[in-house]
Ligand binder design. Structure first.
Ligand code: NAP
Length: 305
């Protein structure tokens, strides 16, 4: 299957690139392996997206972006692309299913996924008390004590969300200061159900068939203690989804895609937008900006090649 422009990934960056490309009447196709929305769709409430004075469900914002892009004629197909190769006329995208797509220009908007710490018990108990998505799994922990690992925006925001269900939420953070933005911190400090374990890291998740406890270690004196909890939510950062095209493009040490200010990678015809890109601020609003610029740059590339 051929399109002049293929957008890989249907989060806010991909959907915005799709909206702009469709409006520019480019022959464009967006490929998404799950349902459109990316991490935005798995976020409980979004309260910092401009033009939206009341908090909006991440899922609803995702649906609105998809509806708007489709309204302008964007075609979205469900496809898990496993590798991208360069061909004479552009690029070929091969899927696990055997389907092969081709295009002349490509926008990488594959986003990023939660980092796994790999501590004992984490993999074994994934889906049985270990989770990376409070919005998806939070309601299963009604009246249960849970732990959240991390001190960034995601950890603190999702810990606050879990306070709606859990009897108590333990936030385990390796330093004595949160990385999360001040407004989120203020809400955390005011939440009676939330206890912060400063200067601690998770050591082991205890439980045979489900989570029974979390062993944590002090980063100050190495002492160990145990929290009796039924669930652990990890929010220790994100890593870029770059596997299908890692051999084609230049990345930083962490694997995020390098682009210039026009979202162009060093590889002619390949652009990148959103969380997969090297950038300082990963937000829905910055992903949207990237998407618009990437579509504009791809349009110029297509017109001049
Ligand atoms: P993040 O900002 O990278 O924070 C990761 C947290 O995990 C940090 O507190 C870090 O500790 C901790 N951590 C990392 N490695 C660890 C380890 N090995 N052991 C223990 N703790 C560890 O990641 P994020 O919170 O997922 O956010 C990702 C991006 O999305 C950020 O740019 C963020 O601003 C954005 N975001 C924004 C919002 C919002 O605006 N509402 C919501 C969610 C996410 P240190 O602090 O010590 O490094």
């Amino acid at each position: 299957m051929y399109a002049d422009l293929i957008i890989l990934g249907g989060g806010p960056a991909g959907l915005t690139a799709g909206l702009y490309a469709a409006r520019a009447r480019i022959n464009v196709l967006l490929l998404e392996k799950g349902s459109p929305g990316g991490q935005m769709a798995a976020t409980e409430l979004v309260d910092n997206y401009p033009g939206q004075p009341e908090p909006i469900l991440g899922f609803e914002l995702a649906q609105r972006m998809e509806t708007q892009a489709r309204k302008f004629g964007l075609e979205i197909q469900n496809a898990a692309v496993s590798f991208v190769t360069k061909i004479d006329s552009g690029f070929e995208l091969s899927c696990d299913s055997g389907i092969v797509y081709s295009c002349r220009a490509l926008i990488l908007a594959t986003g990023a996924n939660p980092v796994k710490l790999g501590i004992p018990g984490e993999l074994q108990l994934a889906g049985r008390g270990v989770s990376y998505c409070a919005v998806c799994d939070g309601p299963f922990f009604r009246d249960v004590e849970v732990a959240v690992i991390g001190g960034g925006d995601s950890a603190v925001e999702e810990a606050l969300y879990l306070c709606r269900f859990a009897s108590k939420v333990h936030l385990v953070h390796r330093r004595d200061k949160l990385r999360a933005v001040k407004e989120i911190q203020e809400r955390a400090f005011a939440e009676p159900k939330l206890t912060i374990h400063w200067n601690h890291v998770p050591e082991e998740i205890i439980g045979e068939f489900d989570v029974k406890a979390l062993r944590i270690r002090s980063t100050l004196d190495g002492s160990l203690s145990e929290l009796s909890i039924g669930g652990v939510f990890f929010y220790v950062g994100i890593k870029p989804t770059n596997e299908p095209f890692i051999d084609l493009i230049e990345t930083d040490q962490r694997g995020f895609v390098m682009t210039d200010e026009n979202m162009a990678t060093a590889f002619p015809g390949i652009f990148a937008a959103g969380d997969v890109r090297v950038k300082n601020l990963r937000q829905i609003s910055t992903a949207v900006g990237d998407g618009a610029i990437a579509a504009y740059s791809a349009q110029h590339y297509l017109e001049s090649h």
